[in-house]
Design a binder for this molecule. Structure first.
Ligand SMILES: Nc1ncnc2c1ncn2[C@@H]1O[C@H](COP(=O)(O)OP(=O)(O)OP(=O)(O)O)[C@@H](O)[C@H]1O
Ligand SMILES: [Mg+2]
Length: 255
């Protein structure tokens, strides 16, 4: 089981889109995936068309110890999800008082290990995080083996990156020695825009092989797919978005 956290404290850079479509791509390649929606905005949850009546159990119940990972998991064929809801905001505030507040998700997975072993094997756990470096993101960093950072190829995108990489370093040192920053993913890219080309070149210069060769182009199908409760491979399998996310999945596997 490979665990991946998708992190960037900057909002709207493609974190949720990347989680959703990495999951879709890995499933196309024959894997089973568990998505964890660790964002009170619940974009992944909406993007999978989870209905209100299915939100009896959410990630909040896992973090407060009311449900185990397997109890809170909704099975959707090869893509399972632990959904989120706006309540997670309140939950996160309450959990701040706990001493081991950053290790709650990690501990929940450790507890669930025997149960998870009994169910069908999960190859990838992909965690979507909110646009902040707060408790929820810290829990993702404390548990994951790998971090991916989507970076929008826009002005100011490089601005918070230093701080983010520093925060990942601190999490590795204090919470999770096995944590690895696996790569930066350039997103919302349009080759016709000079600024996009320049930012991509700057990313390459600064981060070298840490930047994935695959660039996620801007594609309206990627923005439309969640409205249909589908990932890009279901919604528009011939789109640029599908092509780019499949290439990214393959690049991740090769690495
Ligand atoms: N490659 C793309 N092409 C076109 N639209 C995209 C692309 N990637 C993301 N989007 C759209 O841009 C918006 C922001 O993307 P997304 O929600 O994935 O970002 P995020 O980092 O998860 O945001 P937040 O920080 O609020 O959680 C969404 O409306 C999404 O549909
Ligand atoms: Mg998001």
């Amino acid at each position: 089981m490979k665990t991946i956290a998708v992190v960037n404290q900057k909002g709207g850079v493609g974190k949720s889109t990347t989680c959703m479509n990495l999951a879709g791509g890995f499933v196309r390649l024959g894997a089973r995936v568990l998505l964890i929606d660790l964002d009170p905005q619940a974009h992944l949850t909406y993007g999978l068309a989870i209905q209100a009546h299915e939100l009896d159990h959410t990630i909040s119940d896992v973090l407060t110890g009311k449900k185990t990972i397997t109890e809170a998991m909704l099975v959707r064929g090869s893509i399972n999800i632990i959904p989120s809801s706006f309540k997670l905001d309140e939950t996160a505030k309450r959990l701040l008082a706990l001493e081991d507040r950053n290790l709650i998700l990690k501990n929940a997975f450790e507890e669930a290990e025997p149960e998870l072993k009994k169910s069908k094997e999960i190859h990838y756990v992909i965690i979507d995080t909110p646009p902040s470096l707060g408790l929820l993101t810290q829990n993702a960093l404390a548990f994951a083996q790998e971090v991916f950072i989507p970076v929008q190829t826009e002005f100011l995108s490089l601005h918070g990156l230093g701080r983010l990489i520093e925060a990942i370093g601190i999490a590795k040192e204090k919470l999770n020695p096995k944590l690895k920053l696996s790569g930066l993913i350039a997103t919302l890219y349009d080759d016709r825009r000079k600024l996009n080309r320049e930012i991509k070149a700057q990313l390459k210069k600064r981060f070298r092989e840490l930047l994935f060769n695959t660039v996620i182009r801007e594609d309206t199908a990627l923005a439309q797919a969640p409205g249909s409760g589908q990932n890009i491979f279901e919604f528009a399998p011939k789109s640029h978005g599908a092509e780019d996310y499949m290439n990214l999945c393959q690049e991740i596997i090769e690495r």
